[in-house]
Design a protein around this ligand. Structure first.
Ligand SMILES: [Zn+2]
Length: 164
């Protein structure tokens, strides 16, 4: 090992910085503005106070303008109390989730309706075929009855011949 104490100290400091940065990245707070870097697509989470400011992307280092959340003015961000703003952000996120859920449910409902129509159609087909089969059975029974009548008549004729 040729490390001198100064190098090692600098390395350790850098490592501590990186770890701190990583810990920050892992935890996205409700008040963070989450967006993708327009240059490299890296997912960025910035505290709401950064809205409208230019920062450098942590990944590609390019200057990026932090978006102002929909329906908010920069004045709101400066003036609003932290607690109120937290609630506002949470509400916006919940609204977004709800809208996604509604879209999903509508899609499910649509496919259920299609399936129901299909089932209705297949049920009608089944009923129609059942009616056809019943009518065929009735035809068979009538044929059998005719056959019985004919056979009985033949037996009667034979009996007449035998008595002559
Ligand atoms: Zn970037």
């Amino acid at each position: 090992m040729t490390d001198n104490p100064t190098d090692q100290k600098a390395r350790e400091a850098k490592k501590a910085d990186l770890e701190a940065e990583e810990a920050e990245n892992d935890e996205i707070r409700a008040t963070d503005i989450v967006f993708d870097c327009p240059h490299c697509g890296h997912n960025l989470a910035i505290d709401y106070r950064g809205a409208g400011l230019q920062i450098n992307c942590v990944d590609c280092g390019q200057p990026v303008l932090v978006p102002i959340p929909d329906g908010m003015k920069i004045d709101d961000l400066d003036l609003a109390a932290g607690e109120l703003l937290t609630q506002l952000f949470q509400t916006r996120r919940m609204l977004l989730k709800s809208e996604q859920r509604i879209a999903e449910l509508e899609e499910t409902l649509g496919s259920i309706k299609v399936r129901r129509t299909e089932l209705e159609k297949s049920r009608m087909t089944t009923l129609h075929r059942c009616a056809e089969l019943v009518s065929m059975c009735q035809g068979g029974l009538k044929l059998q009855a005719d056959m019985t009548t004919t056979l009985n008549r033949m037996i009667a004729l034979i009996a007449e011949e035998q008595q002559r």
